[in-house]
Design a protein around this ligand. Structure first.
Ligand SMILES: Cc1ncc(COP(=O)(O)O)c(C=O)c1O
Length: 392
């Protein structure tokens, strides 16, 4: 259980809720403490040069981080877990596996920061990318190039909540011998486990549901691919985007309630989405749990529940959307998602401002477009807040 970053396979038959509480976190052998100690040391004493107790320096390895990484691996059903100082830290570390001349095939609707990293950081370094709507797996097959070295997707996507077929795209990537990385931030392993569907690796912004309390910025990667894990282990240390031991503890603490949080948030989101669909002030609702959603059948097959994110188009354009966001009282108008508190935001002005026009509008991120992250407040109170804010 204490082995570096390896999930304990004896835990693999346990359910996610049990793993979230225990994986990587046995009682402390020294004191019996049932909560994982926060080991703040930056360096570890050696019994003579090179004779370590498994730790040398906290960038390359730390006991609290090890506990988190083992827990993350267990939750995603992978062998190796890695944690990072942010979701983008995880993404940037993966992208550093690439060399000039390599090509990334990316889903067309990704977090704006992921797009910015590809477009403004990787492209000038000679790594090219193309973005395609992956709802049709045939489009993915056609867009692969001889120099494609990575397929990257989010599902459900941010913010359009499109659903991509992980198993079908994993099969296409496997045939082309290209790794498929799935950003599982929106779904969490409670709702979908991409590695079981054939993905090579899963990444997360742990800032969101994994931590779940909007008080840590963090990232994660899980894989069972030995070669990829070896490279990530090297790059995690070489690039240094590692989380602090305190943040690792906070994420571990948040993970313990991941299942109950996500299931309750999904239940409230489903109820709110179906009410929004019939509201006169709403032109369109995007929620994979609605029969009207084009990805509904796939989501029902691929996800245990349709998630707790809802996007909608308010009638009346920019003024109506801004007014709605200002009038909300329980929802905070803020970036981010996945916390216990409900958040609402305007992607065109906030999270996706780095996606340029006309691409942003072509995706459907219009002036009246609003994204909701449903938290753990009572659903009736959230709905009353939304109704009041829509009424003007
Ligand atoms: C789907 C998704 N992936 C990655 C990120 C980046 O994560 P972080 O903000 O922790 O760097 C975000 C942030 O919003 C996100 O929504």
């Amino acid at each position: 259980m204490r082995g570096r970053m390896r999930a304990d396979t004896s835990l693999s038959t346990l359910s996610l809720d049990t793993l979230a509480v225990h994986a990587g976190q046995p009682p402390d052998p020294v004191s019996g403490a049932v909560m994982t100690p926060i080991v703040l040391a930056s360096t570890f004493a050696q019994d003579g040069p090179g004779n370590t107790k498994g730790f040398e320096y906290s960038r390359s390895g730390n006991p609290t981080r090890n506990a988190l990484e083992a827990c993350l691996a267990a939750l995603e059903g992978g062998k190796y877990g890695f944690s990072f100082s942010s979701g983008l830290g995880a993404t940037a570390t993966v992208l550093h596996m690439l060399s000039p001349g390599d090509h990334v095939l990316c889903g067309d609707d990704v977090y704006g920061g992921t797009f910015r990293l590809l477009d403004k950081v990787m492209k000038p370094m000679g790594v090219t990318y193309s973005m395609v709507d992956m709802r049709d797996p045939a489009v993915v097959r056609a867009a692969l190039r001889p120099e494609t070295r990575l397929v990257w997707m989010e599902t459900p996507t941010n913010p359009m909540l499109k659903v991509f077929d992980i198993a079908a795209i994993a099969e296409i990537a496997r045939e082309a011998r290209v790794p498929l990385v799935v950003d599982n931030t929106f779904a969490t392993p409670v709702l979908q486990r991409p590695l079981e569907l054939g993905a090579t690796a899963v990444v997360h912004s742990a800032t969101k549901y994994l931590n779940g309390h909007s008080d840590v910025v963090g990232g994660a990667l899980v894989t069972s691919d030995e070669a990829l894990a070896e490279r990530m282990r090297f790059l995690q240390n070489a690039l240094g985007a590692v989380p602090s031991p305190f943040d690792c503890y906070m994420i571990l603490r948040g993970l313990k309630t991941l299942g109950v949080r996500v299931r309750q948030q999904c239940a409230s989101a489903a109820a709110i989405a179906s009410k929004l669909e019939w509201h006169a002030g709403v032109a369109r609702v995007y929620y994979p749990g609605l029969a009207s959603h084009p990805g509904h059948a796939l989501a029902a097959r691929q996800m245990r529940l349709p998630g707790a994110m809802i996007s909608l188009e308010v009638t009346g354009g920019l003024d109506a959307a801004v007014g709605f966001l200002k009038r909300l009282q329980i929802f905070s108008c803020a970036e981010s998602l996945g916390g216990v508190e409900s958040l609402a935001e305007h992607p065109a002005i906030m999270t996706h401002a780095s996606v340029p026009e006309p691409a942003r509008r072509a995706l459907g991120i219009t002036d009246g477009f609003v994204r909701l992250s449903i938290g753990l407040e009572a659903e009736a109170d959230l709905w009353a807040d939304i109704e009041r804010a829509l009424a003007g």
